[in-house]
Design a protein around this ligand. Sequence first.
Ligand code: PBG
Length: 342
Amino acid sequence: MQNLSSTPALNLVTRPRRVRTTAAMRRLSAQTSLEPRNLIQVLFVRDGISEPQPIVSMPGQFQHTLESLVSEVQKAIDAGIACVDLFGVPREEDKDETGSVAWAEDGILNRGLRVLREKFGDQIVIMADTCLDEFTTHGHCGPLTQDEWGNEVVDNDRAVEAYCAMAISQAKAGAHTVSPSGMMDGQVGAIRDALDEAGYTDVSIMAYSAKYASAFFGPFRDAVGSTFKGDRKTYQQDPSQRREALLEAQLDIEEGADFVMVKPAMAYLDIVRELAEVSPVPVAAYQVSGEYAMIEAAAEKGWIDRERIVLESLMGIRRAGADMILTYYATEVAQWLNRSVR
Ligand code: PBG
């Protein structure tokens, strides 16, 4: 460019850069926002420990004691987070073939929920994970059976029965929301009926509608102390599928889902967008353990700018259409957002 005189070199009517000229201008014209209330903090509570245990493949995340769980939730509330999602990690000796400690009143997840509800009441939405894989010896999301050819398969209908018992016990323990994540057919409708019959008509359901059989769940196995070796391809969706996600979400909504979810998030943003276009209920996306671990590992090596990458990854999920994001970063990001210019 040799000519910087007052006559523009190009005769352009539209110069899109005008709305990017200053920080205030960019804030004014921002199309998508990321706010603490959009973020759901995922937390783990573990039985039989006296100190929080670091999760090796998820640096910065812990399996909590009941005490450290309470302080994490207090931090989340102080940062403006609107919901926490709780997973339970039982003692090894309490696991069995059916995962029955999942619906025991004194099972670790129910104890965690009860402590939170008693301490925090309705200050924050307390959501429970409603699935059996953390509680079964074999690590599948439901009890196993043999089909007529002798293959070991997860028994859909018995799994759903167990989820119903689990959901009722969670509602009783104080969960505002239950979240069936096992991808069994009919799970949302059966849970809705069971909750209603037990008098919990106000307890809501976040349906894991489009959950894919994903390698991005890898580090989660560490987080819940799972020795699970197989795969979940007979119940979670195949990564090639788009249509199926719509079918699953439609069924869940017909069955009474109050929220639908896509999981994982980053590799499935097209699915988030598709559901966001048509869903009559709020859409959530779950930034899973593998997404967290990849960011942490690269940041630890100094190869990426951790804070900017985290914010950009979450903004991308919001822009794809997610109303809310389950993420291990929730409270930390809310703290960043609170300190930046408003
Ligand atoms: C299973 C469950 C999984 C996750 C949440 N619930 C693992 C799986 O389906 O294999 C993964 C969460 C994560 O990776 O962050 N009910």
